[in-house]
Design a protein. Structure first.
Length: 422
């Protein structure tokens, strides 16, 4: 899990780690056809593929991914150049203008606007390849949406470009509740959308109407990226369900615990527990500790204080476990160090969200007055790392917003540069 957290934290512009450019097309179609069938079997789904439920976004995502044309490595490099700020060339435009591509984008856009998204059992399956296949294809859709957004911005259709970015965020919300892996991928998609919005803001002449619309969409319609609390709770449920589905794995786990118990009376009590009684004790212990973690993560303390509190919980947990005490069933869930990593990633994306919203207000002032403010206006979104206003610097015609605190994990002081087009 630490490797995954590190991967998402160091996410590139297009997420090479999850994009399967060279995947066999027939294999992809087969996997995604199975996904559709599984969703159709889920409670509340429709009875036939030809009549998909209008209330389930997952079916449209599957349809969009099946419709999406494959692209070769050379085309991928052209896309990468666009994401790095290059002008969309003929090869990029040719792909985007294909009938299949336009249909893919249209279906994906429609999917993001459906509130409910039930993935069936696919994302909960303990088959890692199935999970990664689903998430990889969703990242492909987000990748394509961003390429199209930047192309629209280059052509001067800024509101449509922003709308593509908002679609990426809606897609991200649809996978945020699918356990911690889906949550981390969700955050990476929020990051993709924020970078794209920052790029578009820096490529357009400030327009108060468009900026006011965008601010409303970000602040009141979509809101901030979610914290990891819900995802960790779902992951715990998934792990418990896994052990119910695979008794051999449960027996092996129980045997490992039994080997650590020295007190004979406690050993006998442990042996007398049914599997369900054992899992119930695990659930109670894990939910209690998870609630303590979530109280810290969701509290009003500054970032640095939260890290201190999480370290205290980690040490208390390590000191607490005694295998010779029946009540001390080990906590089942993510390591506290992993939780600290999730929290860092979350706060990092929340900072980007707030920086974008603060920048939009500055752009609106520029549009209305013709000048950048000399000092940061009051009541703008704050830097979540410090709980204070961002540092603000006007650099010639442009401006920069900086965090006031370094991230503990990488000791970096991040800044956000915004170009003002005259």
């Amino acid at each position: 899990m630490k490797d995954l957290a590190l991967f998402v934290k160091c996410d590139s512009r297009f997420g090479r780690g999850f994009i399967m450019r060279n995947a066999n097309h027939n294999s992809r179609n087969m996997i995604w056809s199975i996904c559709v069938i599984l969703v159709l079997w889920a409670p509340g789904a429709c009875a036939a593929v030809s009549s998909p439920s209008p209330d389930n976004a997952a079916l449209l995502y599957y349809q969009a991914s099946l419709r999406r044309p494959e692209f070769d490595d050379d085309t991928f490099l052209h896309f990468d150049s666009v994401l790095r700020g290059a002008q969309p060339d003929e090869e990029v435009r040719e792909y985007l203008n294909m009938v299949e591509t336009r249909e893919t984008l249209s279906i994906a856009e429609a999917a993001t606007k459906i509130l409910d998204c039930s993935w069936g059992i696919v994302l909960r399956a303990r088959n890692g390849s199935s999970l990664n296949t689903v998430l990889a294809q969703l990242r492909q859709l987000a990748f394509l949406l961003e390429v199209d957004a930047r192309t629209l911005a280059f052509d001067g259709d800024y509101r449509a470009a922003f709308d593509r970015c908002l679609s990426i965020r809606r897609l991200a919300h649809h996978i945020a509740d699918e356990g911690i892996i889906g949550y981390l991928v969700s955050l990476s998609l929020h990051g993709r959308a924020f970078r794209c919005i920052q790029h578009i803001l820096s490529s357009m002449s400030p327009d108060a109407d468009t900026l006011t619309w965008l601010q409303a969409q970000l602040g009141t319609v979509q809101g901030a990226p979610p914290s990891p609390g819900r995802a960790m709770e779902i992951t715990l449920d998934d792990i418990l369900e896994f052990y119910r589905m695979y008794p051999a794995s449960l027996a092996e786990w129980r045997e490992n615990i039994l080997e650590r118990i020295e007190d004979e009376n406690v050993r006998q009590e442990f042996l007398n527990l049914t599997d369900e009684e054992f899992l119930d004790r695990v659930r109670i212990s894990s939910e209690s500790f998870l609630a303590s973690l979530n109280r810290v993560i969701g509290g009003d303390m500054p970032y640095l204080q939260k890290n201190v509190e999480l370290q205290v919980l980690k040490e208390e947990r390590a000191d607490h476990v005694d295998y010779n005490k029946p009540a001390d069933i080990p906590y089942l869930g993510d390591d506290v160090d992993d939780v600290i990593g999730y929290h860092d990633i979350y706060v990092g994306h929340l900072t980007s969200f707030n920086a974008i919203r603060a920048a939009i207000e500055i752009y609106i002032m520029k549009a209305e007055t013709g000048q950048l403010p000399e000092i940061l206006p009051p009541h703008l979104p704050e830097d979540p790392f410090s709980g204070q206003d961002f540092e603000y610097e006007v650099t010639g015609q442009d401006f920069v917003l900086r965090r006031r605190e370094k991230t503990i994990g990488n000791n970096k002081l991040w800044e956000y540069e915004f170009v003002v087009v005259q």
